[in-house]
Design a protein around this ligand. Sequence first.
Ligand SMILES: [Zn+2]
Length: 337
Amino acid sequence: MRAVIFPQPGAMSYESVDDPTCGDQEVIIKVARSGVRGTDIHIFSNEYESDFPLIPGHEFGGEIVETGKDVTGLAIGDRVVVDPNLNCAHCDFCRDHQANHCASWEGIGVTRSGGFAEYVNVPARAAYTTPENFSATQMAFVEPLACVVWALRRIRVNPADRALIFGSGPMGLLLLQALRRNSAAEVVIVEKQAARLALARRFDASHTILADGGQQEELRDIVPKGFDIVVDATGILAVIESAFSHLKARGRFLQFGVAPMRASIKLKPYDVFRNDWTIVGSFALCQTTLPAIRWLESNAIDVEPLVSHQLPLSDFETVFNSFMAGETLKVHLAVDA
Ligand SMILES: [Zn+2]
């Protein structure tokens, strides 16, 4: 089959590799659509918990073409999406509702072969069947949306909270819609690309602010005492450091964007103490695939406008470079796109 490979950090190729073999408890999926994510840049740059060589791609859906002999409940022809976070179900974390911190955690497209390929083998327990009317685009958005569902469970939105999001990329725009669905009274979004702000307005952002250097003053004009919820969806250190200045007393800060693994920011512990602040992380997803499917099935979350490029997998290298340069929104790939 054809697949994208990261042979070692900082290198990529598109080549022919052996088809995956199906373990007794696995299924083989013919990938219909696979999304590129900022995390893939961190994986490429070895700033994540990846193994190399790697077939990346962790947000995808497709059709089952083979099932292992011990698999029940799934059949050839089923359209499925995948929760790429594999847990052992036996360690203390798994047995304490913390499967995303499993001591033997593995990530499809992170530590084992993922969806930037014609076929991928996954444990059957990681595959979820999708509704009949699901589009391929929706399938490839289940995983990112499941991360957003997990983030919202972590941050706990209260009725009429005022929220601020830094970053209007695909994840920021999903967070915007999700916060609107979760009873936030206002959702303000800050972004350096004007075109992305236009999309944020379409998704009912209360205010959209261009990050052109004057954003701090603009934000203080809108909400002088700060926001109940501040979300970083950029992973950019300078953005994260400045974001705290817009957090209200007793506010909750959500670190959603993935920053480089070894990077650090300056934060005054006194400010955290004096302001009753809560700082929340949300790592990937944690058994939130089903609610993400429900949100998409009910059309509560609109994902079609978030796709800027839908291309054949063979264009990966070109489009990945554009993606890294911030020139795209969501990029979707497929072998026969
Ligand atoms: Zn475990």
